[in-house]
Design a protein around this ligand. Structure first.
Ligand SMILES: C[S@@+](CC[C@H](N)C(=O)[O-])C[C@H]1O[C@@H](n2cnc3c(N)ncnc32)[C@H](O)[C@@H]1O
Length: 272
């Protein structure tokens, strides 16, 4: 399986502020261009199944673990030795039957067995605006419920990665409740006024995103002002906006021209 989608062409800078730069390109190429040991936090939501589309016969999809391992190795190079990676991921519906696949748990368990990363904590995000990929079962056949929780895995090479929970007490969002590791951080549609201002139309293609509140929560928990935050699969740029708000440096990237054009508009609007 090829891990490189757009060959070796460098990730192209498309917008920047005093704190960060937005790139358009492949995540591998983007990460390779960042200096070693320069990043405090990678917070990102990679493609949930990778290019593997697990089936009912292949619900743990080892190919997904290979795909994720590749990116974790690139992240490890740029991270400070006690830096953190926070991955939002979840199960998926098998492509052939109304059953679930657990490639994310399989990949995590394989990683932890190897002993070079620690799982510092997992978080559960209640996101009623989650992907509508199960509409076949939920809305037409009425035999499965809406899938509305995803997991965020906080990983580090160090069991002592710095964090300060006091910084997320009373988190600044009226929909957020301080329920420990259960996050009610508002849903995928919470930034809708922003997106409408940017001229975006609601469509299936733009559903797999997180609101600014999600990366902001982890940026506050795991970084100090001025530290460097990275999102290699940044979609429409919520991590960039969260880092701007929090006063952190940032580098964000996505391969999709459509997503990057929305991210660029959001960053430009934010700066005004
Ligand atoms: C789950 S979405 C992330 C959405 C993002 N968190 C947001 O709020 O918009 C996964 C993203 O990974 C991007 N992607 C997939 N393969 C990629 C690659 N090889 N390099 C960079 N981005 C990639 C997709 O374009 C998509 O925007």
């Amino acid at each position: 399986m090829s891990l490189r989608t757009e060959a070796e062409s460098p990730a192209r800078p498309v917008a920047s502020t005093a704190q960060g730069t937005l790139f358009h390109g492949d995540a591998t190429v983007f990460l390779r261009a960042l200096p070693e040991r320069s990043v405090r936090l990678v917070v990102t939501s990679p493609w949930f199944t990778g290019p593997c589309e697990p089936s009912s016969q292949d619900p743990t999809s080892p190919a997904f673990g290979d795909w994720l391992d590749h990116y974790l190795a690139e992240m490890e190079r740029v991270l400070l030795p006690d830096g953190s990676v926070v991955l939002e991921t979840g199960g998926a519906w098998a492509r052939d039957r109304p059953v679930r696949t657990v490639q994310h748990y399989a990949a995590l368990s394989r990683l932890l067995e190897r002993g070079d990363w620690y799982l510092l904590q997992e978080f559960y995000w209640y996101n009623p605006g989650l992907l509508e990929v199960n509409e076949e079962y939920e809305e037409r056949r009425f035999n499965r419920l809406h899938d509305c929780v995803t997991t965020w895995f906080w990983l580090s090479r160090s069991p002592d990665a710095p964090a300060d929970t006091r910084r997320v007490r009373g988190f600044q969002n009226h929909l957020t409740h301080p329920f420990g590791n259960f996050l009610a951080l508002s849903d995928s549609w919470a930034d809708q006024p922003y997106l409408e201002a940017a001229g975006e139309r609601r469509s299936r293609a733009d559903l797999d995103r997180f609101p600014v509140a999600a990366p902001l929560y982890f940026i506050r928990l795991l970084t100090e002002e001025g530290e460097h935050v990275v999102d290699p699969f940044a979609g429409i740029g919520s991590t960039a906006l969260a880092a701007e708000k929090a006063g952190r440096r940032w580098s964000c990237n996505d391969i999709s021209a459509a997503a990057i054009s929305i991210a660029k508009q959001r960053i430009d609007t934010f700066r005004k």
